[in-house]
Each structure stands twice: as C-alpha cells, then as structure tokens.
Design a protein around this ligand. Structure first.
Ligand SMILES: C[S@@+](CC[C@H](N)C(=O)[O-])C[C@H]1O[C@@H](n2cnc3c(N)ncnc32)[C@H](O)[C@@H]1O
Length: 231
C-alpha cells in the first residue's frame, strides 16, 4: 500500500517533512484496525486524510469548533468540545476506543496548561501500551508572540556565567519552562522517572510510563510503556 505523503488535497497543513516522520512512526500500524484520536482538526480534512492512511482504522476527532465533514466516512467520528475537558476525553475513549487508542495526535490549542491536562489524562488512561502520542508545534513555546511562549534567550532566563568560571561551576543551562516547551520538559522528567524516584529520601521508585520520546522540530512523539512497576 503506498503511504500518503501529501496532505494538501485534504486541506491539512502538514508538510512533507512532518508526514515523512509520521510515516516512519506509523509504518507498523498502517494495515491494522487501529483507533486514532486527533485533537484539533481544523476543517476536518486531516480526519479524511487519516481515514485514507489507515484503511481499516477508526478515526476520531475532537475540536472546540463545530466541524461539518460533508465528505465523511463511516469510520470517522467527530466530537465537539475542549481538549482540557477530561470527562469528555474519557467519554470519547469509552465510546470509541474502550481498549485504548493506538494513536493520539494533539494539534489543538498549543497552550501548555491545556495540552498538559489532555496529555497526562490520555497517556495514563486511554493510550494503549506501545501506543504513540504526537504533540505538534511544541516550538510555539519559544515564540514571544504566542500567548504562553517565551524565548530561551531572554536575559532574565539565562544563567549568567561569570568570566573565568569553569565548566564545573555551571549547574544550570540557559533554559525556560514556558508553554509547550515546559510540557516537553515535564515529559523528559517522566522518561527519567526511575532515576528521579530513587535515591536518598525516596520511598517509591517506579519505572517511567514512557518507553520512548522522540523530539523533532515541529512534532514530538511519545511512546507509552507498559504499566510501570517497581524495580
Ligand atoms: C492547527 S488547527 C488543526 C489543524 C489540523 N490538525 C490539520 O492538520 O489540518 C487547530 C485546531 O484546534 C482547535 N482548538 C484550539 N484550542 C482547542 C481546545 N482547547 N480544545 C479543542 N480544540 C481546540 C481549533 O478550533 C482548530 O480547529
């Protein structure tokens, strides 16, 4: 089956670069009866794209705007609501993917506080073990013009390294935790959970809920681990 790498005819804004990475991530799933949830669907064209991409898949969309998909498919279901409404997210999962989603794509608000609510709720409750969660446009967190974005080069965010300081004096790197950049860094903490949760003063070490995190310009892919256990 040829892999679709042009989303423009569907009215989706994903470019070839982005779709090539999706194709690599999704290759083992293409011919399977998967359940995919896309949060933030614009006019809905990307849902038609995913329905063609996964010919045996069930495609579910959620958007705060009403979506009228005239040329729909019986394999597509659309919900109207907010990504941060965890009760709605659970209802969608119970109705469309009671055994969990294989793929979840967040291309909605790109606001850190909202994205983190849906991410952690869905990752821990409604994404299958081994399932893939894509977070698009996380770089908005670096945009001064974005509501919760902020450039890492802001002088007040940089640690001032005094002239003559040695490498061992540097305990922090220029960084920031705003918006979606902050969400990605929170996810890095989860990847490192075993090391983070062991050591003096810790009582309950646990493995990470995340098996893999791939961060690319424009999209981050998180692969869910099996249930974490205690080593
Ligand atoms: C960038 S567009 C999605 C584009 C689409 N994924 C595509 O590839 O064509 C973002 C969408 O997210 C929706 N959105 C923004 N904030 C939202 C929120 N808090 N909850 C649900 N949807 C939201 C907007 O209505 C808009 O349709």
């Amino acid at each position: 089956m040829p892999v679709l790498l042009d989303a423009r005819p569907y009215g989706s804004d994903r470019d070839e670069y982005m779709l090539a990475h999706y194709a690599r991530q999704f290759a083992p799933l293409v011919d399977r009866d998967i359940r995919l949830l896309e949060i933030g669907v614009g006019g809905g064209g990307s849902l038609r794209f995913w329905a063609d991409y996964f010919p045996k898949g069930r495609i579910v969309g959620l958007d705060m705007a009403a979506v009228d998909l005239r040329e729909g498919s019986e394999r597509i279901t659309i919900y109207h609501g907010m990504q941060q409404d965890v009760n709605l997210l659970t209802r969608i999962a119970c109705e469309c993917a009671p055994e969990g989603f294989d793929v979840i794509i967040d291309d909605a608000s790109h606001i850190g506080a909202l994205t983190r609510i849906s991410f952690w709720h869905l990752l821990t409750r409604h994404l299958k073990a081994g399932g893939i969660f894509a977070i698009e446009d996380w770089g908005t967190g670096y945009w001064d013009a974005w509501p919760d974005g902020r450039r890492a080069t802001d002088p007040d965010l940089r640690r001032q390294v005094t002239p003559g300081a040695t490498a061992t004096d540097v305990t922090e790197f220029p960084s920031h935790v705003s918006g979606l950049v902050g969400v990605i860094k929170e996810i890095v903490d989860e990847v490192g959970m075993y090391d983070l949760s062991t050591g003096p003063g810790t009582t309950s070490p646990r493995r990470s809920r995340i098996d893999r995190l791939e961060i690319l310009p424009g999209v981050a892919f998180v692969t869910r681990a099996a249930e974490p256990d205690v080593r």
